[in-house]
Ligand binder design. Structure first.
Ligand code: FES
Length: 79
């Protein structure tokens, strides 16, 4: 999680990275927990898929906005 840029980066499998806005699409809380399968919002427990950002549980019905990221051996760049 990169709080000052409102970005969450997931790694559901080794070498597989995805970036999303960290702002929950339900009512705008920042998401707080990332597991191998889910990005979780603490406010009302919306769960999003770590690969697609699509909501899979909870009240959110819209996906997290994708963020473009580039991963090198030493850095993660996002835009
Ligand atoms: S603001 Fe995230 S679940 Fe409600």
């Amino acid at each position: 999680m990169i709080a000052d840029t409102e970005t969450v980066i997931t790694q559901p499998a080794a070498g597989e990275y995805f970036g999303f806005s960290s702002i929950c699409t339900h009512q705008g809380c920042p998401v707080a927990t990332v597991t191998a399968e889910h990005i979780i919002c603490p406010c009302h427990s919306s769960h999003y898929d770590t690969r697609t950002g699509e909501p899979v549980a909870g009240p959110a019905d819209q996906p997290l906005t994708p963020r473009s990221i580039t991963v090198t051996e030493t850095e993660v760049e996002y835009s």
